[in-house]
Design a binder for this molecule. Structure first.
Ligand SMILES: Cc1cc2nc3c(=O)[nH]c(=O)nc-3n(C[C@H](O)[C@H](O)[C@H](O)COP(=O)(O)OP(=O)(O)OC[C@H]3O[C@@H](n4cnc5c(N)ncnc54)[C@H](O)[C@@H]3O)c2cc1C
Length: 361
């Protein structure tokens, strides 16, 4: 629903560039546009119960995870002193104590946010809920009812992994339950142990195949009697000796305990309801992602899966000139922090050059 028009609608500040989002893409875009003297304004999202339930609180998907082992520049090691000097004491006090095992997701995100702020980025803790991209400058309305005008907009609102919504799944997130095999598969708890992958599409097969590098066996759980994955991908799974496909089966419950995290699952037959138990140290959900684009429907061209459509190869342009997209909101293929940050940088440079072409510097 569109936010109500405030009484002073004609007096909104006019920004050079507004960035919507607060994951690696948004902070990379903010660092670059701030250093280019464009004084970016970031809407980092609102702290609401709805966002908590969706997993879209400020600081994005990485704030939901523990160790991040694949972001370049952060080898395993104790970052205590660095964190104490890089982050102000009040921000540091709000964070969980550093574990000494390299950078955690929340630490990495706080560092990115701090780096953007150090260069003058202004940050508003609010959601953008409606946009008018039909005329320039663009108009952005927030959940709290503020209206902002902007010459250029970078959308970096990310995506969220889909979960089944089982209480036991929630209880063991980061303790064996994951939605990202590439991110978590190499962790010690998954090595040479049986793992579960839930899903039947191409990404489920990809995740299952990837996990065979580490697991003793991968159990691919699918509700139907045939995979939805493309034929070539399905054959790859069926031919892989380490993958066992459990047809007509769905996850009933994740089993575990406080000490070990996930220890197994209960699977339910979709044909006769019978329950059986399968031992495993990990459960990987591969049932898709949902891009955070609801407020953009009808405003920007979206793909059939509702991701923002990049319109030009190697550019972050969208269907509206002056609106750029970065990160997972436009990328349903790579979905990594480093690729999101990379496209955030690209969007900043694209926006800067486009603004210069418009005579706005
Ligand atoms: C559990 C988990 C573990 C992961 N581990 C790794 C890992 O180890 N390594 C790795 O490289 N990748 C990992 N990933 C993937 C990585 O987190 C994502 O690829 C990356 O965060 C995408 O960044 P992004 O900038 O596109 O946006 P996101 O991180 O998705 O953040 C976007 C944020 O923007 C904000 N937002 C959304 N809508 C609005 C709006 N309307 N207005 C204002 N703000 C809004 C929300 O706060 C949202 O969370 C993991 C993902 C998950 C879920």
């Amino acid at each position: 629903m569109a936010a109500a028009e405030p009484a002073n609608a004609d007096k909104q500040p006019l920004e050079r560039v507004v960035i919507i989002g607060s994951g690696p893409a948004a902070w990379a875009a903010a660092i670059y546009t701030a250093r280019a003297q464009l004084q970016p304004l970031v809407f980092e999202g609102a702290i609401t119960e709805a966002n908590r339930l969706d997993g879209t609180l400020p600081l994005g998907q990485l704030s939901l995870t523990t160790e991040v082992e694949n972001y370049p520049g952060f080898p395993a090691g104790n970052l205590q002193q660095f964190l104490d000097t890089a982050l102000p004491a009040d921000e540091r006090a709000m964070m969980a104590p550093h574990t000494g095992h390299g950078v955690s997701g929340p630490e990495l995100m706080e560092l990115m946010r701090r780096q953007a702020k150090n260069f003058g980025t202004r940050v508003v803790t609010d959601d953008i809920v409606d946009v008018d991209f039909t005329q320039r400058p663009f108009t952005l309305k927030s959940l709290e009812g503020t209206v902002t005008k902007a010459h250029a907009v970078i959308v970096a609102t990310g995506a969220r992994a889909n979960y089944l919504g089982l209480p036991s799944e929630e209880a063991y997130k980061n303790r064996g339950v994951s939605a990202c095999a590439v991110c978590d598969g190499a962790l010690p708890r998954f090595r040479n142990k049986p793992l579960i992958v839930i899903g039947g599409g191409d990404s489920a097969v990809e995740e299952a195949t990837y996990l065979t590098k580490f697991a003793s066996r991968v159990h691919l759980i699918h509700r139907r009697d045939a995979l939805r994955a493309s034929k070539i991908m399905a054959k790859r799974a069926e031919d892989n000796e380490k993958i066992q496909i459990h047809w007509n089966s769905q996850l009933h419950e994740v089993l575990g305990d406080d000490k070990s995290g996930v220890t197994g699952v209960k699977l339910e037959s979709t044909t006769d309801g019978a329950i059986r138990t399968q031992e495993a140290t990990g459960v990987f959900l591969a049932i898709g992602h949902t891009p955070n684009t609801r407020f953009l429907e009808g405003k920007l061209e979206l793909t059939p899966k509702k991701y923002i459509q990049w319109t030009t190869p190697q550019r972050t342009y969208t269907s509206v000139e002056g609106v750029f997209a970065a990160g997972d909101v436009a990328d349903d293929y790579y979905r990594q922090a480093i690729t999101a940050a990379g496209s955030g940088c690209m969007a900043a440079l694209d926006a800067e050059r486009w603004l210069a072409g418009q005579g706005i510097e």
